[in-house]
Design a protein around this ligand. Structure first.
Ligand code: FUC
Length: 818
């Protein structure tokens, strides 16, 4: 299923962006070093992260705990399964570990992510100088370097996906200079929700325990591999440790696991019968450690780099930027102070790609609300999969930013929860639309509600989110196909998911007197009416539910979701030649949805009964769910200029004073409208107001969605392809326009695209066809350019109208637009 990124493709890619052009084209073996590409993407600081300890949390933000040191200053590493936060300290180093399956009861008593372990490395005091720590994004490696009493000490940290371990390597420029005490702890062992032991024996520390609530058995092991010097281990009731004395170098290998298995049973009942209490992760964790030990540090590092760089290295970017010499917190402080810097904007994009690679891999669980990182006993919002925007936002950028494999984590998750999602759809139809009930298994489609986690799937359609959450989710399944063109996937997974969601939607619609079909019951995620007086005088007003949530009929979000899912289902059916009575039925229904209405203020209405802008709900609300029809949807498109104008106006009304993720959504929406300056302005605001010195982004508190959503946003400003054409530079803001390029972004149809620009105009463009098929490009003046293939042979093109061309492509071939 995953597409393969071969060396030849990479060569094509580098070649295509930077080579040739005026000179005769000689073939893919011509390689030019990309000019000015010797830059290093890194976060760095001249001081260790502050640390008040795991137990020290503040409670300010909506009563959620937060650890300022961890959230602002530590560097995150991850391999999808685990996360590690590195503080880089020289007195007592703190490495905090998260393992995605470790959950306690959580703040809503439906399960929630909890921290796994705290590993300290206690060093002797000494005279420290010349300190530097960094997180190198080109390598996926954190570094610490300093002089202690005249000896240079260096550390490297990486989280390997292929070997499923965290590796920490300590070296010094003087033999025998490395001494420290390794003190691992099970996080929050003083809390009643877990028991466990930490046993140090020889060169190994084992942290093993049990969490009765979900029957979790967990285990972590740390192996110490020293060259030179000696080890002494001690296990006492006060803690277990290994003392490392006078080593030349030390490698620490950490692995962890639990008895969690991803399958339908996880979601069946709550909270009982979740896991098999007689299964223990000991054997698997021991085998992982053994296998990593056998490989040794050099091999582990090479395997990590091969794996990581194959993903990270796919996109090169230059946003008219020069690398900054400043430490990251100073760069950010200056930015917040108004000295905006394109380098930081470029770095945030690449960092978002790094965070996605680190938190979502083919065999891991998906990226959750905090990616894969939590230092908390009770993670804010449970650290779950919030399906009323956050989860989807995590993956919006995956496809265009050339990381489609990251979404496979979610596909596996979906396959596991599907039987329960189908049962819930049946319950839903039974409850609200009993006349439409099908008795067949899966016959009512599937649904997914908002606050899911690894052990729990919520019902959709309560007051705070309508059935559209499932529609917004399955849209990602369609995008996976558009970007990869993987028809086997479409046949086996994508189309069945779309078709089944369409089936559910077809049952949730209620015919109206005016012949429209409206979703009932329906809601726009999180919209509340706090004062019932607001609804006075509004004809056909909905109902105020528990806690103020507003329930209605045919909210724009739900109507859009039905329209979009029908559209994708119809398209997929055509690709697979599966059209028939079902597709005819939904095609007929799609025409009766009347999804977009314009209100008296010229706004896109969020609710059909809405009059002027803001007449229902909070006019400054963070959610802009009705504008999902614009992004990630395709309903508000170039064929509907009036809707686009209304969407722009709605964004103006809503404003940008909002949470981190909500800014990222606005950025994408503005990009879709080709409003480059406005997209850029909200991006700048996200960096200035919601970004921490470790470049994480905040709701607040910390959530991963804005960091991943902005990846989609930047890509959307540079390249679009949702309207059947590849459109380079649709929303290039002035600040980036003098000179820049991108190389390796992906367009629908699975075209790898490279563009160079100068003074706001594309000056070179190359497209590598990864799946064959027709390539269509829209760009002013493109119909008067000529196109050659990778061998310099002219390519025949045709043009339907000015500014557009189309031509047939051969899989694997690169086309240069001159
Ligand atoms: C949605 C949002 C909140 C928050 C939560 C995790 O409910 O409305 O702002 O991001 O998810």
């Amino acid at each position: 299923m995953p597409f393969i990124f071969t060396k030849t493709l990479r060569q094509f890619l580098i070649f295509s962006a930077f080579a040739l052009i005026a000179a005769p084209v000689t073939g893919a073996d011509v390689l030019f070093a990309p000019p000015g590409e010797d830059k290093v993407y890194e976060l760095w600081e001249p001081a260790p992260a502050p640390n008040s300890g795991a137990a020290f949390v503040e409670k300010e933000r909506r009563e959620y705990p937060y650890d300022h040191d961890w959230e602002y200053w530590s560097y995150p590493l991850g391999n999808g399964h685990m996360g590690a936060n590195i503080f880089g300290r020289v007195d007592s180093e703190r490495i905090q570990i998260t393992e995605k399956t470790l959950h306690n009861i959580g703040i809503y008593e439906r399960g929630g992510l909890t921290s796994f372990a705290e590993i300290n490395l206690d060093f002797e005091p000494g005279e420290i100088s010349d300190y530097r720590r960094s997180l190198n994004l080109d390598e996926g490696i954190a570094h610490v370097s300093y002089q202690r009493d005249g000896v240079r000490h260096t550390r490297e940290y990486f989280m390997s996906y292929p070997d499923r371990v965290l590796v920490v390597r300590l070296t010094a420029d003087t033999k025998g200079a490395i001494s420290f005490i390794l003190k691992p702890k099970i996080a929050f062992l003083d809390q009643a929700d877990r028991t466990g032991t930490v046993v140090a024996s020889g060169d190994l520390v084992t942290l093993a325990g049990h969490m009765p609530y979900l029957d979790i058995n967990f285990e972590g092991q740390i192996k110490v591999l020293n060259e030179g010097g000696s080890l002494t281990s001690a296990t006492t009731s006060g803690g277990s440790q290994i003392k490392i004395s006078n080593a030349d170098s030390v490698t620490l290998i950490f692995a962890a696991g639990s008895n969690y298995e991803l399958n339908a049973q996880r979601f069946e009942s709550y909270p009982n019968n979740k896991l098999n209490p007689n299964r223990f992760p000991d054997e698997a964790v021991s085998a992982t450690i053994q296998s990593a030990e056998n490989k040794g540090f050099t091999t582990l590092k090479r395997r990590h780099l091969d794996d990581y760089q194959n993903l990270f290295g796919r996109v090169s970017l230059k946003l008219d930027s020069e690398p900054s010499p400043l430490p990251t917190h100073e760069l950010l402080a200056e930015y917040k102070d108004g000295q905006t810097d394109n380098w930081l904007e470029e770095l945030m994009f690449q960092y978002g790609r790094y965070l996605l690679i680190s938190s979502s891999r083919e065999t891991s669980l998906p990226a959750n609300l905090q990616g894969t990182w939590s230092q908390y006993h009770y993670t804010p919002w449970t650290g779950g999969y919030w399906h009323n925007i956050n989860l989807q936002m995590n993956y919006w950028g995956a496809f265009s930013a050339n990381l489609a494999e990251a979404f496979e984590a979610y596909i596996k998750f979906y396959e596991a929860y599907l039987p329960v999602a189908e049962k819930m759809a049946t319950e839903y139809v039974e409850k609200y639309r009993p006349g439409n009930l099908s008795e067949e298994p899966g016959g009512n489609g599937w649904i997914v509600g908002s606050g899911a986690n690894n052990y729990y799937l919520p019902f959709a359609g309560w007051g705070h989110s309508g059935p559209g959450t499932g529609g917004m989710t399955v849209k990602l399944f369609a995008e996976y196909y558009h970007f990869t063109q993987d028809t086997d996937y479409l046949k086996e997974i994508g189309y069945p998911a779309l078709r089944s969601m369409s089936r559910f939607f077809s049952k949730s619609l209620q015919p109206q007197d005016d012949d429209t079909l409206l979703v009932y019951p329906s809601a726009s995620p999180e919209i509340k009416v706090n004062d019932p007086e607001q609804l006075e005088g509004i004809e056909n007003a909905g109902t105020i539910m528990d806690r103020g949530y507003y329930r209605t009929i045919g909210a724009t979000f739900d109507q859009w979701a039905v329209w979009e899912v029908y559209e994708e289902t119809l398209e997929a059916a055509k690709v697979l030649d599966q059209e028939g009575s079902f597709t005819e039925m939904i095609e007929a229904q799609q025409k009766r949805l009347d999804p977009i209405l314009i209100g008296s203020s010229g706004q896109i209405k969020e609710f059909r009964e809405e009059t002027h802008y803001g007449s229902i709900g909070n006019p400054k609300h963070r959610h802009i769910s009705h504008l999902c029809a614009l992004y990630p949807g395709t309903l508000i498109d170039d064929a509907h200029e009036d809707w686009q104008a209304a969407a722009s106006k709605t964004l103006d009304f809503r404003g940008n004073d909002t949470t981190g993720w909500a800014m990222a959504h606005r950025m994408n929406a503005r990009a879709r409208l080709d409003e480059g300056e406005k997209a850029h302005a909200v991006y700048q605001k996200l960096i200035a107001e919601k970004t921490t010195p470790n470049l994480w982004t905040l709701h607040p508190p910390f959530q991963i969605d804005a960091s991943l959503g902005l990846v989609a946003g930047v890509a959307e400003m540079l390249l679009q392809s949702h309207e059947d054409y590849i459109e380079p530079l649709p929303a290039l803001p002035k600040a980036w326009s003098d000179h820049g390029h991108f190389d390796g972004l992906v367009a629908r149809g699975n075209f790898l695209v490279s563009v160079e620009w100068s003074e706001g105009q594309a000056t070179r463009m190359a497209v590598t066809s990864r799946a064959g098929g027709e390539c269509r490009i829209r760009y002013p003046g493109i119909d008067s350019t000529s196109i050659v293939d990778g061998h310099g042979r002219p390519v025949e093109t045709s043009s339907d109208e000015p500014g557009q061309i189309r031509f047939e492509t051969t899989q694997g071939e690169t086309y240069h637009i001159l």
